[in-house]
Write a protein that binds this ligand. Structure first.
Ligand code: AMP
Ligand code: GLY
Length: 423
């Protein structure tokens, strides 16, 4: 089978790495890919936003299956576009992807289907949003309604901070039209977990739960990022909680959408807060998480391809999805300054030495400058180790991380601290 993977980050490197192991896969293309992916796939210089060109490529190159990584093409309708032309594609339709593309759409559906989530209100006027904040006081989270590259959320410590967020999102439009509406919601307290699931629109099969590290600094300090590292399985998600999430969150969402005529097929990512009153949804994403995919896919036992096909063909109930024992830890190496302005073009040394320590190095923001691999994004690499348990994976990953050097490199030294410090 000939595969096209859309995207060029650590998530897509992990997808390509896993698909390359399938005995049925004969050729993988990746658009646009990156220098790490280039070792496993042929990279094609087409932007992930250029749905028409991607479709043309898939038709010309007889692609049997396209797997979409990022949210933007999904919310733009890449799946509808491909499917209308008879091309097989993994991911939700434009309408289903609204679960990520519009926070108000997601919140209203959760409310309708009785899925536990933070209390919320939606506003399209700054004055009304300000009045709500002034009445509520503290404990408010401000979210731009639309896509804002993971930066549209402010967990406000004070009412003043929430008011300032309204000014920036709704009046100054720092996230553009994503800020025409805001969702204000109750601040949830607890430990977070990311639960990704395969679904064909009927059956939902959860993957192993992961935990991301959203803040840039050790001890969960500093600004939010796209994710500075992850591990799986996350022990906060006990088997009992997993079955609760399946019954109260995942299945009702998929059933509720289907009953409204929206068949959600692909990967459903639930960002969860494990609160004192049970798991609640922080957000849904319509795609694989990054860096979560880098820790989850190495634990999938066997071939990913039939699972992706089953999601598209409505055959997930008859498809076996097995997980290996053991654990994975991924440490993201980021460029200096990230998540703010960061440097680009710095030479990266030590990639082979890191792999010699038994880790996998997934490329995220890298590029080639002549023969040498240089930085080209905020999150540069995801160094990932698999071992028998989390402690062993941590012990394996950091010596590999220490082999890698580039100017301004920053990374968290405490990935998996919550798992290690549980009693
Ligand atoms: P989101 O982009 O919706 O995932 O939000 C980014 C991060 O903000 C989440 O990973 C949480 O750490 C935090 N967050 C979002 N919503 C809430 C909430 N209602 N209560 C507490 N923290 C939240
Ligand atoms: N790691 C968070 C995300 O993929 O949205």
């Amino acid at each position: 089978m000939r595969i096209l993977v859309v995207g060029g980050g650590g998530r897509e490197h992990a997808l390509v790495w896993k698909l390359a192991q399938s005995p049925r896969v004969t050729k993988i293309y990746c658009a646009p890919g990156n220098p790490g992916i280039a070792a496993l796939a042929e990279c094609v210089n087409i932007s992930t936003d250029n749905v028409k060109a991607l479709c043309g490529f898939a038709q010309e190159h007889n692609i049997d299956l396209t797997v979409v990584g990022p949210e933007k093409p999904l919310t733009d309708g890449i799946v509808d576009y491909f499917a209308a032309r008879g091309l097989k594609v993994f991911g939700p339709s434009r309408e289903a992807a609204q679960l990520e593309g519009s926070k108000s759409f997601a919140k209203e559906r959760m409310q309708k289907y009785g899925v536990p989530t933070a209390e919320f209100a939606v506003f399209d006027s700054a004055a009304a949003a300000r009045a709500y904040i002034e009445a509520k006081g503290t404990g408010i989270v401000v979210k731009a309604d639309g896509l804002a590259a993971g930066k549209g959320v402010v967990v406000a410590e004070t009412a003043a901070e929430a008011l300032q967020a309204i000014d920036e999102i709704m009046l100054k439009k720092v996230h553009g039209d994503a800020g025409c509406q805001v969702v204000l919601e109750e601040r949830l307290i607890g430990e977070e977990a990311s639960l990704l699931a395969f679904t064909d629109g009927f059956t939902v099969v959860p993957m192993v739960a992961a935990q991301d590290h959203k803040r840039v600094g050790d001890g969960d300090t500093g600004p939010n990022t796209g994710g500075m590292g992850a591990y799986a399985p996350a022990p906060v998600m006990t088997p009992e909680l997993l079955s609760e999430v399946q019954q109260t969150i995942l299945q009702p969402m998929i059933d509720g959408l289907r009953n409204e005529g929206i068949l959600y097929q692909g990967c459903l990512y639930a960002g969860l807060m494990m609160t004192a009153t049970g798991p609640k949804v922080i957000e849904f994403n319509a795609r694989f998480g990054d860096p979560e995919t880098q820790v989850v896919l190495p634990l999938l036992d066997g071939d990913l391809l039939p699972v992706l096909e089953a999601c598209i063909d409505g055959a997930l109930a008859e498809t076996e999805v097995r997980w290996q024992n053991g654990a994975t830890v991924c440490v993201v190496l980021a460029a200096g300054g990230y998540p703010g302005e960061y440097r680009k073009g710095d030479a990266i040394a030590g990639l082979a030495a890191a792999e010699a320590k038994g880790a996998m190095v997934f490329h995220a923001g890298t590029a080639l400058n002549g023969e040498s691999v240089v930085t080209s994004g905020g999150r540069v690499l995801g160094v990932t180790a698999v071992a028998e348990d989390i402690a062993a994976a941590v012990a394996k990953v950091y010596p590999a991380v220490e082999q890698i050097k580039f100017a301004g490199m920053q990374y968290r030294k405490d990935i998996a601290h919550r798992a290690l410090n549980r009693n």
